[in-house]
Ligand binder design. Structure first.
Ligand code: BGP
Length: 462
């Protein structure tokens, strides 16, 4: 029998939106929460103070009401590890933190919004860095496991979709994001890859644990994946582009789905003379702990001009051996994000070719802009176009046979950008604050909110 392809979004498609704890919550030093590496990063001038963020912590009911009015079927957010365990590995939970997430989950469930919960999104408890250098130490595997087990016990009755680590490849390639420091780049690379290994191991253990403790639940990573194209179509450049895509894009997916470190990564380690510290039992851990789905953070297409240097890898956010090229044939934002909707369809087809029929949740996808509030309105027409065109291509990918089950644009409401504070906004909901003043933190629906609301209604009819 030849199977029939879907003609549209499935009726149970989860139309959602996305945020992360330190970027929205605020209350960073309230209610017993411990300090995180994100809080410390934010004290450096490049980042915006997380102590207030957009004060979601104190606007919980109103924010969920806005989600409901928008028609969301899912909400992807993260739990702050340090709100549950202030030092990352305390004997007891911080009850005020547990209460906060209980309130959020209860509100979501009451409003029929499916929670999609990230366990760790760039905000490692600082104490773990001070105790043993965080993810660079194998102890962190045990502490993450204990944290995950606690989340399953506390919230497993209401959460069906779990995401383990957000954008591990970024954390591995920019180890400072995990609070790590080193005297030279070589040592930094070593720390980055050892951390990478421990994050892989921790997730494999947690996938397995989830399957044992919560057989109804589904679990996977939230992977950073952009469409990567070579500038020149010579074989050597195409090969380099593939190497870059493997090492930065596919690696997290390959380990999560196939249960082993891929050969291109072993080759990279060998060529870079990086020796990982491993244990004999690890192979079995990788084999038995596999993800059920892939969460993809996809924003744009990047075009790279590649030089002959081996091993493209990122250091402090810069990819060595390659140069990102701005191509005016695609629309670019002022932050060098491109708008390439067909790039999304192409990326989804490639992931589906690699892992046939694996369920995919788009965990992030969005357009940055310096939105302006005028008379209570925000006319974010570029974001509306971005959403419209990407949703169209997403539907095309579903019609191609790609198993996408949920779309969660970044971000539900304006939040502090990792690199650009409040200058660079992504939200469907405008928050009235800037880099200097927190103002009233009043919320306003942008044009993109109204557009997305209509889109959800139209598709829910199918
Ligand atoms: C992803 C992160 C998000 C978010 C987004 C936009 O990498 O998972 O947390 O920040 O990118 O990036 P930025 O905030 O730098 O604009």
């Amino acid at each position: 029998m030849i199977r029939t392809l879907p003609t549209d979004f499935p009726s149970d498609f989860l139309w959602g939106a996305s945020t992360s704890a330190f970027q929205v919550e605020g209350a960073a030093h309230e209610a017993g929460k411990g300090v995180t590496v994100a809080d410390l990063r934010s004290q450096k001038s490049k980042y915006l103070d997380t102590s207030v963020s957009v004060d979601h912590y104190h606007h919980l009911e109103a924010d969920v009401a806005l989600m409901k009015e928008l028609g969301l079927k899912s909400y992807r957010f993260s739990i702050s590890w340090a709100r549950i365990f202030p030092h990352g590995n305390d004997q007891q939970v911080n009850q005020a933190g547990v209460d906060f997430y209980n309130r959020l989950l209860d509100l979501l469930v009451q409003n029929q919004i499916e929670p999609i919960v990230t366990m760790f999104h760039f905000d490692l408890p600082q104490s773990l860095v001070e105790q043993y250098n965080g993810w660079a130490s194998r102890q962190c595997v045990a502490d993450f496991y204990h944290y995950a087990k606690t989340l399953f016990e506390l919230f497993g009755d209401r959460v069906k979709y779990w995401l383990t680590i957000n954008e591990q490849s970024l954390l591995a390639n920019v180890p400072a994001m995990n609070g790590l420091q080193a005297s030279d780049t070589r040592e930094m690379r070593q720390l980055g890859e050892q951390s990478n290994y421990h994050m892989f191991l921790a997730q494999a253990k947690v996938y397995n644990l989830c399957h044992q403790m919560l057989p109804q639940a589904k679990i996977g990573p939230a992977v950073s994946y952009m469409t990567t194209l070579p500038y020149d179509h010579t074989s050597s450049d195409v090969l380099k582009s593939k190497q870059l895509e493997d090492l930065i894009g596919y690696i997290d997916m390959d380990v999560a789905v196939r249960g082993q470190l891929p050969s291109y990564y072993l080759r990279y380690l060998q060529d870079s003379q990086i020796q990982l510290v491993t244990q004999p039992e690890d192979e079995a851990i990788f084999q038995t702990g596999r993800a059920d789905f892939l969460g993809l953070n996809w924003y744009s297409t990047s075009i790279f001009r590649l030089n002959q240097q081996a091993n493209p890898k990122m250091l402090d956010g810069v990819i060595s051996g390659v140069e990102k090229v701005r191509d005016d044939r695609i629309i670019n934002s002022q932050w060098d994000f491109s708008c390439d909707p067909k790039g999304l369809r192409y990326a989804l087809q490639k992931v589906n070719d690699r892992f046939p029929n694996i369920p995919i949740i788009i965990t992030e996808c969005g357009w940055p802009d310096a939105d302006i509030l005028e008379d209570g309105q925000v006319h974010d027409s570029q974001r509306v176009d971005y959403l419209n065109d990407h949703i169209y291509q997403l539907r095309e990918a579903i019609r191609d046979g790609v198993n996408v089950i949920s779309f969660n644009p970044w971000s539900f409401l304006d939040l502090i950008s990792v690199n650009d504070g409040m200058n660079k906004r992504y939200g469907l909901v405008f928050v009235d604050r800037d880099n200097q003043s927190t103002k009233a933190q009043k919320r306003y629906k942008k044009d993109s909110y109204l557009f997305y609301q209509k889109t959800i209604v139209n598709h829910a009819k199918n």
